[in-house]
Design a protein around this ligand. Structure first.
Ligand code: PLP
Length: 402
């Protein structure tokens, strides 16, 4: 039995077939846009990536160049890039135990940066941020609030409101390994009526070559995962990567690149929204098993009281020697080395492209060196979860002995 955090683990056989054969009907585009407009109460535009939706929102606000945008100090480079592409300055807010910044950290940063105009919350891994206080601070300082749902479609805040129904703008990502995984995709929902008169026409299309890669991605990753342990899958994976034949989540993000989401992606994404609440229950139950059965000293510092409201995109634990754990688990076919996030602005190889300075977000620095992500997706059965737990606990005992 093999278990992966990613590499197409979200896809069922039915999804693989649909990705290959779904037609490109324009009605799918309209159906998804209408669905999102109803769910998030605003005007929806569908784009090829979540980062395009973020950049589009920030660009339409038309703030003076280099105005400040406060982002989570434990995030994806795509978020940072979207802010900078819009001609604005990203300011990283350090995180607390919820992997989100707190209301008091936000207030301090606003004082320090008086040209702040926008705040982006992301509910990291699905853990809800303190939205009530954050929204009220934004209102008090007349700041625009963007809810980035890349991790947290289906998360509920403490007042039971669903994420995406509070801010001025909601942005969504339907990229690989996200809550709603359509291989790629993004959406901007303009909730603030002041901005929803803006006319958005998307001039650029996703190339046919890219679309073929996207259609094949679920099938190819299925083959890789199924044959990984024999060695064939690993070699096949390396071959596909070497020749650029596999869709990669970090590609794209050039300034002003706003691409129309192909219709067939829309059909797949809408289908996944219909299964959202079943998948949320599965992820929650899986997270509860980890929380209840992992060795207590692996989980002591984290806020498990948040699990019931979280989308539980991944389950989080921490250890000082994660490379040794990854190596140990690999022997049993458990592949969890792809870590969100391995730097305050991740992946770590992109950190040097940013203005991030050591010490800017000291909590995020410590967490990014020790964090471990465990899979909660639908391909992880209860048995597989217990198997992962028992292997991690066994590794822990070995560590204590040595
Ligand atoms: C918090 C967050 N927001 C936005 C994005 C960008 O999404 P996309 O890959 O669809 O551009 C990511 C990427 O993983 C992310 O982690």
């Amino acid at each position: 039995m093999t278990s992966f955090n990613s590499l197409g683990s979200n896809y069922t056989v039915d999804f693989i077939i649909k990705a290959l054969f779904t037609l490109n009907r324009s009605q799918y585009q309209e159906e998804l846009a209408l669905y999102l407009e109803k769910k998030y109460q605003g005007k929806a535009t569908l784009v090829y990536k979540g980062r395009e939706a973020l950049e589009m929102a920030l660009t339409m606000l038309d703030f003076p160049a280099r105005s400040k945008v406060i982002i989570n100090g434990f995030t994806c480079y795509a978020v940072y890039r979207a802010v900078e592409n819009a001609g604005l300055d990203a300011i990283c807010a350090d995180i607390d135990k919820t992997f989100n910044f707190s209301a008091s950290t936000l207030e301090n940063l606003i004082k320090k940066h008086p040209t702040t105009q926008v705040v982006i919350v992301q509910n990291t891994f699905g853990f809800p941020c303190d939205i009530e206080k954050i929204a009220s601070i934004c209102k008090q300082h007349k700041l625009i609030l963007i809810e980035d749902l890349a991790h947290c479609i289906g998360t509920r805040y403490s007042d039971n409101q669903e994420s995406g129904t509070v801010g001025d703008f909601t942005t969504l990502s339907f990229s690989q390994d996200k809550m709603i995984d359509g291989v790629s995709g993004g959406a901007l929902v303009i909730r603030n009526k002041k901005y929803n008169q803006k006319n958005i026409t998307l001039q650029q299309n996703v190339s046919y070559v890219q679309q073929i890669k996207d259609r094949l991605y679920p099938l190819l990753t299925f083959i890789i995962r199924k044959t990984y342990q024999t060695g064939i899958g690993k070699t096949f994976h390396m071959f596909l990567k070497q020749f650029g034949l596999l869709s990669t989540p970090m590609a794209g993000g050039e300034k002003g690149q706003f691409r129309k989401l192909p219709n067939w992606h829309c059909k797949l994404i809408k289908g996944e929204f219909e299964k959202l609440y079943t998948n949320l229950s599965h992820r929650r139950e899986t997270a509860m098993i980890y929380a209840g059965s992992l060795n207590k000293n692996l989980i002591k510092d984290l806020s498990y009281n948040l699990l019931p409201n979280s989308s539980n995109l991944r389950f989080i634990t921490q250890t000082k020697d994660r490379q040794s754990l990854f190596k140990y688990l690999k022997k049993s076919g458990i592949y969890i080395a792809d870590t969100w996030y391995d730097a305050p602005i991740a992946p770590i190889k992109y950190l040097k492209e940013t203005r991030y300075k050591k010490g800017d977000c000291s909590n995020a620095e410590v967490i990014s060196e020790t964090i471990i992500n465990l899979p909660t997706h639908r391909a992880i059965s209860q048995n597989a979860t217990h198997r992962i737990v028992s292997k991690i606990n066994a590794w822990q005992q070995l560590q204590q002995k040595t």
